[in-house]
Design a protein around this ligand. Structure first.
Ligand SMILES: NC(=O)c1ccc[n+]([C@@H]2O[C@H](COP(=O)([O-])OP(=O)(O)OC[C@H]3O[C@@H](n4cnc5c(N)ncnc54)[C@H](OP(=O)(O)O)[C@@H]3O)[C@@H](O)[C@H]2O)c1
Length: 303
């Protein structure tokens, strides 16, 4: 019998890939705030605000999940900075509620956290490095991580690098999709040169999350690509791979822009543990771009 998965953030970018990979082997209960993007076999959908603790408990009890993958969050860094109470409620409060439900039911819990928990002064962070958040979004993620690790024995906190790809199901927050639309229109695309990252593709992530749901591993895990570069360099590679001139990519400094939350400069992650633990391969930027474009041809992404 298929194992039962409860997936939050159904309409989001990362959840779309998890759902796509889960279609064979999992009975999925998918939760979204806005209208769910699509209904497929083995999928039960629920639409409500996760801050409604009673509804969350009722849905959890109906779904009886073996595993929970919690992707839902307020993930817009500048929005979180301007709305700290909302960010705390959704990113920390909801995570703590879900953690308590998982503990009581003996369900495995996997949280999506972020490379942004680090201050960016060192780079190539391992799971043993101490977080030091530089903005409200990152602060909420550090608190969410603690809530999960302190509450649920059978839990994994994943820290994702910058996620790259095209939406698989639904929509969500894909910089590559927006970038391609701008390039097709001949527009310039600004990318920060000061932000060093280890981008990971959304297809690999979806597979890695489902693999993690079946493993015994507990604790923190960095999910990151093999290529460490700044976001301007990354965008130049992507533009060329998509057949556009990299002259359309304009270097910026995200920490010199007025009115924006501070970003960590070098938040690159060391993915050694993920490469040792998972059968899902972590990829170089070039391999990840090849995969994204191959999958797009095969299943026809909505962009
Ligand atoms: N994308 C990245 O580069 C990246 C990097 C590091 C970490 N992460 C983390 O990875 C996770 C997934 O990221 P993503 O890019 O897939 O984000 P996303 O596309 O913005 O998806 C987040 C989802 O959360 C849902 N949500 C927000 N508030 C909610 C509420 N109150 N009740 C119910 N649902 C709510 C949204 O639902 P609706 O669509 O219905 O509004 C949205 O679908 C997040 O936790 C993010 O912090 C992402």
């Amino acid at each position: 019998m298929a194992k039962r998965l409860l997936l939050t953030g159904h309409g989001g970018f990362v959840a779309g890939s998890i759902l796509w990979h889960a279609r064979q082997d999992w009975e999925v209960h998918a939760l979204s705030l806005t209208e769910p993007p699509g209904v497929t076999k083995h999928l039960t959908t629920y639409q409500f605000d996760l801050r409604d603790a009673e509804q969350l408990r009722n849905v959890f009890e109906a779904a009886r999940p073996d595993a929970v993958i919690h992707t839902a969050a307020l993930a817009d860094i500048d929005y979180c900075e301007a709305h700290p109470e909302d960010a705390m409620e959704i990113n920390v409060g909801v995570t703590a509620s879900l953690a308590a439900l998982c503990r009581n039911a003996g369900a495995r819990m996997i949280l999506c956290s972020t490379d942004s928990v680090f201050d960016g002064s060192k780079g190539f962070y391992t799971e043993n490095d101490a977080p030091n958040p530089v903005n409200i979004y990152a602060e909420t993620k550090v608190r969410a991580e603690r809530a999960v690790l302190d509450t649920v024995d059978n839990a994994v906190v994943t820290r994702l690098s910058l996620v790259m790809g095209l939406p698989v199901l639904g929509a969500g927050n894909s910089f590559l999709a927006k970038m391609r639309i701008a390039l097709e229109a001949g527009k310039q695309v600004p990318f920060p040169q000061n932000e060093v990252r280890t981008p990971v593709d959304v297809i690999t992530l979806g597979r890695a999350f489902l693999e993690l749901a079946t493993l015994d591993y507990t604790g923190i895990l960095h999910l990151a690509g093999n290529t460490r570069l700044n976001r301007y360099e990354m965008a130049c590679h992507i533009a060329q791979r998509l057949g556009f001139s990299s002259d359309l990519v304009i270097p910026t400094d995200s920490n010199a822009m007025a009115g924006r939350a501070k970003r960590p400069n070098d938040a690159s992650l060391d993915n050694t543990r993920a490469k040792t633990l998972l059968a899902t391969p972590m990829r170089s930027l070039e391999d990840a771009l090849d995969l994204i474009l191959e999958v797009e041809k095969g299943i026809g992404f909505r962009v």
